[in-house]
Design a protein around this ligand. Structure first.
Ligand SMILES: *Cc1c(COP(=O)(O)O)cnc(C)c1O
Length: 390
């Protein structure tokens, strides 16, 4: 891809972000400070939750929840095979076994009926994922989890600001996790956040992210806090978010509505421009869901092979259009196949979809002219004539 290429994604960082990160740098307080607390409050409020616990990545957030829920060796955790690998890796970090459930071909999220059949006496949690930010079925997962008295964790790393049946994503399960890598709806560079209404879980996660130190109520004296700084009742991690990242996130949250309107505009332009193309399946959003659009992913019809798709993505990139094959199935990743004996055909719907998806450039200030150029290039690349020539 050349210097004038249209990238796959691009963060939306403006003067407010520069000002607020600068404020932290000038203050001299670079870690454990007021920006993190303010950022936590804003994200938790947006997700309709009482507590927000900022961490150094979405992956760390999921890991802390596994640990805080006491999940470990011999336990099973149910999740989707059609996601970024970080949805499932935290299950392995604590020694548990991932149990995958095939997806619904319309929403691309785990099929609730199959999910219920996958529950065994060893199941200790369900990790529900909003694939590409689509919040469908989150209510169904929460209901199944409640019925079987196991926690549902919502991996909402692609879904900040979305809602389903009037309820904000992140709030469906016992706890939710957001991710703030630069390609997400908002960014802190690296970063993530756990949100929950469960005070025990919130305190446990706060302790575990901070080397296992005790968590004090707001009323505790500075002396109490300082006195316990080198006391570690449990083995924790350093998964804290720094103040520069939190300031960046805080600025992004203040611009949240404006930024999500821009994303909505880009998605609508794509849908208008691409909806006439017969060999493409566009994202389906349920009428009871709202989207903030993590990415814009289209799918080739079933007459295209995985090789066709790979050639199309390569062709797009050669013509300076950023694109990616979001996502290869997790169960077929080398790290999972060998360890758990998964094979092609285990989750046929997820595999078939994964083989035919293409993520197109998606960011807030993508212009109508660029979208038209992307669509034209895509039309050329998917034409049968072009594919048989290469
Ligand atoms: C991005 C993402 C994560 C991980 O977030 P990081 O901040 O990159 O660790 C987890 N799950 C899903 C579904 C994601 O898209």
């Amino acid at each position: 891809m050349g210097p004038d290429a249209i990238p796959l994604s691009k963060p939306d960082v403006g003067p407010l972000e520069l000002e607020m990160v600068g404020e932290v740098l000038r203050s001299g307080r670079l870690a454990i400070g007021p920006m993190t607390e303010r950022f936590e409050k804003l994200v938790a409020t947006r997700a309709g939750c009482t507590h927000g616990i900022a961490v150094s990545s979405g992956t760390c957030g999921l890991h802390l929840l596994m640990q805080a829920l006491g999940i470990g060796l011999g336990d099973e955790v149910i999740t989707t095979p059609l996601s970024f690998i970080a949805s499932a890796n935290p299950i392995l970090y604590v020694g548990a076994r991932p149990v995958f459930v095939d997806v619904c071909p319309r929403t691309l999220n785990m099929d609730p009926d199959q999910l219920e059949h996958a529950i065994s006496p060893r199941t200790r949690a369900i990790v529900g994922v909003e694939a590409f930010g689509n919040p469908a079925h989150m209510d169904a997962y929460a209901q199944i989890a409640a019925k079987h008295e196991i926690p549902m964790i919502e991996d909402s790393c692609e879904a900040l600001g979305t809602s389903h049946k009037g309820r904000p994503c992140g709030s469906f399960g016992r706890a939710g996790v957001f991710g703030f890598y630069p390609n997400k709806q908002i960014t802190t560079g690296e970063g993530g956040m756990i949100v929950t209404d469960d005070s025990y879980l919130a305190d446990m996660c706060k302790s575990l992210r901070n080397q296992g130190r005790d968590v004090f109520p707001d009323s505790a004296s500075e002396g109490q806090k300082l006195g316990s700084w080198l006391q570690h009742p449990r083995v924790g991690y350093n998964y804290r978010m720094d103040e520069m990242s939190a300031a960046l996130g805080l600025a992004q949250m203040r611009r949240f509505d404006e930024m999500m309107q821009k994303r909505e505009r880009v998605a609508r332009l794509y849908i208008q421009r691409l909806s006439g193309i017969e060999s493409l399946v566009l994202p389906t959003i349920e009428p009871e869901s709202t989207m903030t659009w993590f990415v814009f992913v289209v799918r080739l019809t079933t007459d295209y092979t995985v090789e066709d798709r790979d050639r199309i993505v390569e062709g797009l990139r050669m013509h300076d259009v950023g694109s990616a094959t979001y996502f290869p199935c997790i169960h077929l990743q080398p790290a999972y196949r060998e360890r758990f004996g998964f094979k092609p055909g285990d989750f046929p719907i997820a595999e078939s979809i994964s083989n035919r998806t293409i993520a197109l450039p998606f960011y807030n200030d993508l212009t109508e002219r660029e979208i038209d150029l992307i669509a034209q290039t895509l039309e050329v690349m998917i034409s049968r004539q072009n594919l048989s020539r290469s």
